[in-house]
Design a binder for this molecule. Sequence first.
Ligand code: PLP
Length: 380
Amino acid sequence: MKKFNQPIFVTKPFLPPFEEFCQGLREIWEKQWLTNNGPVLKKYQKELKRYFVTDNICLFTNGTLALQIALQGMGISGEVITTPFTFVATTHALYWNKIRPVFCDIESDTFTIDPDKVEALITPWTTAILAVHVFGRPCKIDALADIAHRHKLTLIYDAAHAFGVQVNGKSIGQYGNISMFSFHATKLYHSIEGGMLIFKDSNLNQIFSYLKNFGFKSETEVVMPGTNAKMNEIQALMGSILLKYIHEIIKKKKKIYNIYKNQLSDIPGLSFSPDPTENIEYNYAYVPILIEKIAFGMSRDELYERLKKYNIFARRYFYPLLTEFACYQNLAVSMSLATAKAVAEQVLTLPTYADLSEHEVCKICDIIREIHINPAGLDR
Ligand SMILES: *Cc1c(COP(=O)(O)O)cnc(C)c1O
């Protein structure tokens, strides 16, 4: 197989028609209102409330600040049980609130926190569980809700990957006490940069709106030491326009996912997570595969490097494991993270974005098969 002429990256941001965005920009120019709860943000907020069927949402300039503010606004402290198999921002948000992350191992099928292992980690200092719907695969929400209820813990979800995911006919954001969505440009759905909290306790609306705007209550009153985490009008415009395309994006991603799965499933040593159960509507945001060295004929890292020679830039999400990073290396970890470690060593996420053609996906599959068949590889 010949290499791709242009690099194929793991993702590419979805962009709406240029004219549509320009029309929105013109309206912003006419109003000369760029940030601070402007008209586009207010309209966007209404659209999201309708989409998520709740009044309890708050928008932020990015997902990381949204999560930090969630923890702060709910007064989470002490220890929080979380997963090491995630993007660094999940743990950073705890660190910025002076909370100790307690890492729990993950499940081998969904890569999400293993509820059977959570209870062993609960101490008198535990205040919450921070679980991640990693790659948009829902956590074991019933089991986690049960543990949180019995131990009076707050249940927080990092749903950065999970926009559009439904469980039992409800948005995934409806589960737990609070969920954070990231609208970063590299995510399935985005507002260039952006973040959102969706929560059960309506009292939090007021607290979050103070915390994201320096704690201002009025022109002359500051009621808490807030930060600056507001979403601006241009971000809100992008988010609002893309909401019209979300079904189209997911449909395309599903098609891509299924091509990969059909074409690659029979290759020994290459595996996909089991399909989500019937009650789950998945968003197909990512295409993670596991590479088992002996059966596949080479390690995940070797495959990753070989793909680069074909101009295919897959990513090792999430590797290294969070506990390996210099800033978290000294944290005591009381549980074996064997599954998380094994997954981090074997996982590779393949390119997927709405613009990726079926032809290109098939070619990526053919290249992976060729590399597998000929592991010694005469690269050209
Ligand atoms: C992207 C991401 C975040 C951070 O979101 P930003 O909007 O980029 O700040 C947090 N957690 C996970 C799992 C992510 O993938």
